[in-house]
Design a protein around this ligand. Structure first.
Ligand code: COA
Ligand code: AMP
Length: 636
């Protein structure tokens, strides 16, 4: 019997242009494309060159016109403010058109950047869609980042306008956003023309309007005075958004997403990867500041005509570990998507799944996990208690949608624990050795995707074509380097094992140890430092810092450790979860001076350590082991 997955995978592999042109028929175009796959300028590939469309039209207006005007587009469920608000497609279209008009009133033109720094409120989604509506390029910055990180992104994206809110809410703590925004704008060298602030009743912000020499505008006032704006068609290859993600240095990478390929790929994924139908309710518990939020809270569900759920809360503590099940039951979600860490948190609080049984989950059909490796124990726990398929799938900010998944819409394969199942059609995934040759099934190597990447994947980095080539396309010419290592077994199942760079994954959040080291090195008493990601039963990994102090350091070690923990929180943000800075006499290094971070990580995780042949002085590993043991890490 032919497999639907195999047929589809082969069709996408053999003629990507034709395959994706067919998928593109499901999208509304103002002008059809000249060529589906433009491969005239490798290694830069473009999708649907010559085509014109509007992403907001595809997400809202076309559904209003096609009979979904009164269907719910968005359900905002916020246990932290005890609010549920629902928007039909018509209502959301009208609100977005109003906000788009307000942006036009601030002279935002197609191609201008608009930065969005907002908590999980409906206006955050409206902001993204309003930008798309008028061809502006949005850049959403996650609320858990500190002012300096925000400033770095402002300087790179150079937004004309910043959209923000007075505060966010972390369980029961109100976090004022405006002081962070003000500080970031102060520090940044590129100043926006205007900051539009949504005043939330939990804590309002002091605004300094242009009439008083400032640049602040009240969101509601501005929108109520604006005329609604229509959709402006843009080139399929024009950028829809920039999303910054951790690179190996403190300077984040501005991942660019185009309009045409993105709409086509996400729409296709809803049916074929997620097995959903228009009208279904999809609940993605992430944050709009991450790629998962961009793709599967905002764009994919709406482009496909589903109802999306926006959740302002945490998996536990708002108010308990049953909140996901309450939302699934209340809103009739057919599928849910979150990070494994959220399930580890729930499992810790409700190991027997008692709260699950309180709710009617009869309409719930599948759970999708991504953002970090899904540990088999967590997957099995979810399967046992939820009694639905639990699907681990692997992707990255860069790819925008999954590279490997169990594509339930096409054909559901048996689960192999620890595997994200098979490459998704469109992704020609290979495992390569250090010379760039393909390895045998079962052998570990670098996971790399043969070019061209499918639509929806990054075409380049914002204003940084060379960095794009260097970062992703140079190590294995003709391939995109994922920087993940793993293997593909005899049955074609993909196992993603570890990053090959200094990126760590903390509670599904991607962070750079290099960026944390840059902050530690700024302390006047620190001579040298290193940061590793140590295994953590809740967050997957947490950063652990090692400090070598300068001779004659002015402060006691404990104070320096406290200082650097605070510095990381203030400079990068609380989301780093950096709590452990250990003072050591020296760092283990190779004879050529390279710090042995991998070996330190193995010690911290209690793994058997092979002493590298090139080590300068093996005794240092004993010192590191002792220090880590003192902090509760490593073998007892
Ligand atoms: N604004 C301000 N601060 C924020 C924030 C935001 N948007 N998001 C997180 N923070 C803060 C938290 O309050 C916390 O601060 P603290 O150190 O003072 O307690 C810190 O950043 C770390 O946050 P978080 O990683 O969320 O840890 P937590 O201990 O509060 O919660 C989990 C743990 C597992 C419940 C939580 O990480 C979670 O729900 N993860 C889901 C993962 C996810 O959505 N991943 C996205 C990719 S799919
Ligand atoms: P981000 O860009 O924040 O989405 O992080 C991407 C990285 O998270 C990947 O490169 C992987 O290292 C990791 N990751 C995401 N999903 C998975 C998964 N399902 N299995 C293993 N690792 C994953």
């Amino acid at each position: 019997m032919t497999s639907r997955y195999d047929e589809t995978f082969t069709a996408a592999l053999n003629d990507p242009g034709e395959f994706w042109a067919k998928a593109a028929e499901a999208i509304d175009w103002d002008t059809r494309w000249d060529r589906a796959l433009d491969d005239t300028n490798p290694p830069f590939y473009r999708w649907f060159a010559g085509g014109r469309l509007n992403t907001c039209h595809n997400a809202l207006d076309r559904h209003v016109a096609a009979g979904r005007a009164d269907q719910l587009a968005l359900i905002y469920d916020s246990p932290v403010t005890d609010t549920v608000r629902k928007f039909t497609y018509r209502e959301l279209r009208d609100d977005v058109a109003g906000l788009a008009g307000a942006l036009r009133g601030l002279d935002v033109e197609p191609g201008d950047r608009v930065l969005i720094y907002m908590p999980m409120v409906p206006e955050a989604i409206m902001a993204m869609l309003a930008c798309a509506r008028i061809g502006a390029v949005h850049s959403v910055v996650f609320g858990g980042f500190a002012a300096r990180e925000l400033a770095t992104r402002i300087d790179d994206a150079k937004p004309k306008v910043i959209l923000s809110a007075s505060c966010g809410i972390e369980i029961d703590r109100v976090i004022p956003y405006k002081p962070l925004l003000d500080e970031a704008v102060d520090v940044a060298s590129s100043k926006p023309d205007a900051c539009v602030v949504l005043q939330r009743p939990e804590q309002t912000a002091k605004l300094v309007p242009p009439s008083a020499g400032g640049r602040d505008h009240d969101w509601l006032e501005l929108v109520s005075a604006a005329l609604p704006a229509d959709c402006i068609p843009v080139a399929a290859t024009d950028p829809l958004y920039i999303l910054y993600t951790s690179g190996t240095t403190g300077l984040p990478k501005g991942i660019v997403r185009d309009n045409g390929g993105h709409a086509v790929a996400l729409n296709w994924s809803m049916a074929n990867v997620y097995g959903l139908e228009p009208g279904d309710v999809f609940f993605t518990a992430s944050d709009v500041g991450w790629v998962v939020g961009h793709s599967y809270i905002t764009y994919a569900p709406l482009i496909y005509g589903c109802t999306t759920v926006l959740f302002e809360g945490k998996p536990v503590g708002t108010p308990d570990a049953g909140v996901f099940w309450r939302i699934i039951a209340d809103h009739g979600a057919k599928a849910m998507f979150t990070a494994p860490t959220a399930f580890r948190a729930i499992k810790r609080e409700d190991p027997e799944g008692t709260l699950i049984r309180k709710y009617d989950l009869s309409r719930f059909k599948a759970l999708f996990l991504a953002g970090e490796r899904a540990d088999p124990a967590t997957v099995q726990w979810a399967e046992t208690h939820l009694k639905v398929p639990v699907i681990d799938h692997w992707w990255q900010t860069e790819t925008g949608w999954p590279i490997a998944a169990n594509c339930v819409g096409l054909e559901q394969f048996p689960v192999k624990y620890g595997s994200a199942t098979k490459p998704v059609p469109g992704w020609n995934l290979q495992v390569l050795d250090s010379k760039g040759d393909q390895v045998e099934p079962g052998e570990i190597g670098a996971l790399a995707v043969k070019l061209p990447l499918p639509p929806g994947a990054l075409p380049t980095l914002w204003n940084a074509d060379e960095r794009f080539k260097e970062s992703y396309l140079t190590t294995y010419p003709g391939y995109y380097e994922t920087a993940d290592a793993g293997y593909i077994d005899d049955d074609g199942y993909v196992f993603v094992m570890t990053r090959t760079d200094d990126i760590i994954n903390v509670a599904g959040h991607r962070l750079s140890t290099g960026a944390i080291e840059e902050v530690l090195a700024e302390h006047p008493d620190v001579a040298e430092c290193a940061v590793i990601g140590a295994a953590d039963s809740l967050k997957g990994q947490v950063p652990v810092g090692f400090l070598v102090l300068k001779v004659g350091a002015e402060k006691p070690s404990s104070e320096i450790s406290t200082d650097v923990v605070q510095m990381v929180r203030e400079r990068i943000g609380p989301v780093v979860s950096f709590k452990t800075a250990l003072v050591v006499k020296r760092l283990p290094k190779t004879r050529s001076g390279k710090v042995l971070r991998g070996t330190m990580r193995a010690i911290a995780d209690g793994q058997a350590v092979r002493v590298p042949a090139t080590i300068d002085d093996p005794i240092i590993l004993d010192e590191i082991s002792d220090t880590l043991r003192g902090a509760g890490y490593g073998a007892p």
